[in-house]
Design a protein around this ligand. Structure first.
Ligand code: NDP
Ligand code: OXD
Length: 316
């Protein structure tokens, strides 16, 4: 009787442009998925690759004829869905407790920064100006979170605990303790009218592209601040500049941009009311992120639906 054929070891390619970053994923991913061959894409025969864990450009995966699915190392997958040659593949987005925690910290930091008028104190410090400004307590400030998914819901919690009046806006109504829920385009204006500090945590889809525009800013209360930690494609930059320059908006924190890195001559770098960070609001953590990728690959191998499977129809 012939010996049973050994099952082929699944192959997972790491697709990350930055060399150091790619290397940093190798060790925890190998440890999390010992039953697979895990390596950088350039060390693998494209024809042998079954799964890919990727961040940044994944267009090179088009030549991997046997590729079965892509697990994103980031929570946002708009750039992967936009690749025409990869349209047939399932995509799984990262749901990593480490990334979620990082986003919660960052949103809290930025909300408190605007709430406690830090942009004005930063400007005063540059002028060596000693001037005390009134700031209400959190219970008098209304925070609105656009996108009540994994990250929006997590960010809402500590804001509620501190005492902010928090509302969330999503496609379908989400019930979160202490958070006023708004849903759909019909309730967008009412949500905006009560948001002194607006946080964007939406995925970038055809419906949400350009949503942070003049019309939306006009519906926020005068003096509102805007925090965009989602995608640069959500924001119409000229509309933000106009709303800040007219004094309708008091400030903005931007972590993401239509063009990254933000070019050195971009006027936002020098805008007095814009705080810029280089897309660092939340980073996937190597250990917990690797554990998520390993679970996703195992589910895919077993023919099960992995957590985070993207609905291409919805775009997220
Ligand atoms: P989720 O998919 O868990 O949540 C998305 C939320 O947006 C859901 O509440 C969804 O509504 C809502 N939504 C989607 N489309 C619409 C719409 N047309 N109108 C109203 N609401 C809508 O995503 P995550 O929370 O995991 O991530 C959100 C985004 O954050 C990512 O897509 C990514 O772009 C960005 N991000 C940025 C990072 C950074 O470092 N700056 C790091 C990580 C992520 P519903 O609940 O009804 O489905
Ligand atoms: C992500 C990101 O999507 O870092 O995870 O932007």
């Amino acid at each position: 009787m012939p010996a049973p054929r050994a099952r082929r070891q699944p192959v997972l390619a790491i697709v990350v442009e930055d060399r150091e970053e790619a290397a940093a994923w190798t060790v925890p991913l190998r440890a999390a998925l010992p039953e697979a061959r895990v390596d950088l894409i350039e060390n693998l025969d494209p024809a042998s690759i079954d799964y890919a864990a990727g961040w940044g450009s994944v267009s090179g995966l088009a030549r991997c004829a046997k590729l079965k699915a892509i697990v994103s190392i980031g929570a946002g997958i708009d750039h992967i869905l936009a690749e025409p040659a990869l349209r047939h593949l399932p995509v799984v987005r990262m749901i990593d407790p480490g990334l979620t925690r990082g986003m919660t910290e960052f949103v809290l930091l930025q909300v408190l920064h605007h709430h406690r008028r830090m942009p004005e104190y930063d400007a005063q410090q540059r002028r060596a100006e000693w001037r005390q400004r009134y700031a209400p307590l959190a219970h008098a400030r209304r925070v609105g979170i656009m996108g009540m998914g994994v990250l929006g819901r997590a960010a809402a919690k500590p804001l509620v605990e501190i005492g902010f009046r928090v509302a969330g806006w999503s496609r379908t109504r989400r019930r979160v303790d202490g958070v006023e829920g708004f849903a759909g385009t019909a309730q967008l204006d009412a949500f905006l009218a009560r948001s002194d500090i607006l946080v964007c945590l939406l995925p970038l889809t055809p419906e949400t592209r350009g949503i942070l525009n003049a019309r939306l800013f006009a519906r926020l209360p005068k003096g509102a601040a805007v925090i965009n930690v989602a995608r640069g494609g959500h924001l119409i930059e000229a509309d933000l500049a106009a709303a800040l320059d007219s004094g309708h908006l008091s400030g903005a924190s931007l972590d993401v941009f239509a063009r990254e890195p933000l070019p050195p001559d971009h006027p936002f770098w020098r805008h007095p009311h814009i705080i810029i960070t280089p897309h660092v609001a939340a980073l996937s953590q190597y250990d917990s992120g690797s554990a998520f990728i390993a679970r996703a690959v195992r589910a895919l191998i077993a023919g099960k639906t992995p957590r985070g499977l993207v609905d291409r129809q919805r775009g997220y």
